[in-house]
Design a protein around this ligand. Structure first.
Ligand SMILES: [Ca+2]
Ligand SMILES: [Ca+2]
Ligand SMILES: [Ca+2]
Ligand SMILES: [Ca+2]
Length: 489
């Protein structure tokens, strides 16, 4: 979620001024989940780890230089006790922490060098590079038995003069099916640069090529990149962008299939809209399914745009198949669908963030939905999270649904204005029991941010719930660090 933080910053500012969320925005970052959902394990101990940004953090007095926080899974879940907090001033991390770099802006994990430890690609998308304002930088930080300790290399921008914000979007996947993880890097331009796997610890990749989805130029490039296998072949890429054929401001997603020769943009097809996407196999048929959050720019069933003010957000679910995404059969879910908790109201931002994971261990992936703009009682934009469970027939919207806010019994904290609970989230098994736990970011305390941990006992439970805060994690609460605004996917 790169652009997600900018949204959050803009939103917080606007909220402070107007008492309401902005109705425009660009996006958040999402997951490289494939059909079985690959969660990060940076220290290879069998327990999922989570990495997220505090990209607005002051570092050595430099505003929004940015930090990256990695929480390691334990049998009791994640806490600030087992973590690394890194900046560009940390030993081994390329670069230097400077004002406005926004280190941590986006991040994506995979075992890039094939040593068994997941590694983390991380950007500082608004870092100035050799006089190029907001040129952006990308680094890969290597995993190890000790986790992400800071040792890393720069992924050099091969076309600096043709775009800015190198690394504004990152996604990792095996797009050519050779068994080596590739890295897709977006920027302010339309071309996506793909570094082929076979990375060495000194940073050499196995080659490079570009793909160009049919998104409009001049709109800041793609909003989000999400890797996942939709058609049973090599990993595919979902691009959240803007449709070339329609008016500016109308967002559209694209499916770019992987192939033995890598991502094939000539075979790109259009998807339902949404500015944040996750991929995983909900119905356990072997094909990854696409969920996209159209939280500010939703549609009617025939695809006609609906003004944001008229809806609270929609999540489109497009199931995969051997022939690719079954877009014509996609279904839209809102808070008014079936027994989905809540009621759809303008600017609820239902679908602000999404992630898929298997909460109950039944091999059907379950969906967590951020509703970051939800008003509850007197608390404006306090936010909530909805959980829907997967079945052989897809997501169950009639029974078994769950919803959590900070006023839910057992959840730490309380609902306050502009907490924006659900501004990012992850469903990862951080306890190692085979059941995915829920990790939720918020803008708690005027943009300081916080990360809420809700374990699974077969369902998401508040037993064992805890909050991880910036102040216990080595992140200054000066300014608006937005601790937990953007999770690595
Ligand atoms: Ca681990
Ligand atoms: Ca590795
Ligand atoms: Ca499926
Ligand atoms: Ca499940």
């Amino acid at each position: 979620m790169h652009q997600h933080l900018r949204l959050a910053l803009a939103t917080a500012t606007a909220a402070a001024l107007t008492g309401g969320l902005l109705t425009f925005a660009t996006a958040p970052a999402v997951a490289a989940d494939s059909t079985r959902v690959a969660q990060a394990d940076f220290n290879n101990d069998g327990k999922g780890d989570v990495a997220f940004s505090a990209q607005g953090a002051h570092v050595s007095g430099k505003e929004a230089a940015g930090q990256l926080v990695v929480l390691y899974g334990t049998s009791s879940g994640v806490s600030s006790a087992k973590r690394h907090t890194l900046s560009q001033n940390s030993t081994g991390v390329p670069g230097t922490a400077e004002t406005g770099d926004e280190f941590g802006g986006d991040s994506a994990y995979a075992d890039f060098n094939g040593d068994g430890y997941d590694d983390l690609a991380v950007s500082a998308p608004t870092e100035d590079v050799d006089g190029d304002t907001d040129g952006g930088t990308v680094a890969i930080l290597w995993g190890s038995a000790a986790g992400i300790t800071g040792k890393g290399v720069t992924v050099t921008d091969p076309a600096r003069s043709s775009h800015d914000q190198w690394g504004d979007e990152l996604a990792a996947g095996d797009f050519d099916g050779d068994g080596k993880a590739d890295l897709a890097v977006g920027s302010s331009g339309t071309a996506i640069h793909v570094f082929k796997g076979g990375f060495t610890t000194s940073g050499t990749s196995g080659g490079r090529y570009t793909v160009t989805p049919p998104i409009m130029s001049g709109t800041g490039g793609p909003m989000n990149l999400t890797a996942g296998d939709i058609d049973g072949g090599p990993t595919d890429l979902i691009v959240d962008g803007f449709e070339t054929e329609t008016d500016y401001g109308w967002n559209r997603n694209f499916f770019i299939p992987g192939s033995a020769s890598g991502l094939d943009d000539s075979a790109a097809t259009s998807l339902k809209p949404g500015v944040i996407t996750a991929v995983g196999d909900i119905d356990n048929d072997g094909y990854g399914d696409i969920v996209s959050g159209a939280y500010w720019n939703s549609t009617t069933e025939d695809g006609t745009p609906v003004p944001d003010s008229a809806n609270g957000g929609k999540v489109w679910v497009t199931y995969g198949s051997a022939s690719g995404p079954l877009t014509s059969e996609a279904t839209g879910i809102t808070q008014n669908t079936g027994n989905v908790p809540g009621t759809s109201e303008g600017n609820d931002f239902f679908g602000y963030e999404l992630d898929l994971g298997d909460i109950n261990g039944d091999d059907y992936l379950d969906l967590a939905i951020g509703v970051a703009g939800e008003n509850i009682g007197e608390a404006v934009n306090t936010g909530s999270v909805t959980v829907l469970y997967g079945t052989a027939n897809g997501l169950n919207t009639t029974s078994g649904t769950q919803s959590f806010s900070q006023d839910t019994a057992g959840v730490p904290g309380g609902n306050e204005d502009d907490d924006m609970l659900g501004m990012d989230l992850k469903l990862d098994d951080v306890t190692g029991d085979g059941k995915a736990d829920l990790i939720v970011g918020s803008a708690e305390n005027a943009g300081n941010g916080a990360v809420l941990h809700l374990p699974s006992n077969g369902r998401i439970t508040t037993t064992g719930a805890r909050t991880v805060s910036p102040s216990t994690s080595g992140v200054s609460t000066t300014g608006t660090p937005f601790f937990g605004a953007n999770f690595a996917d």
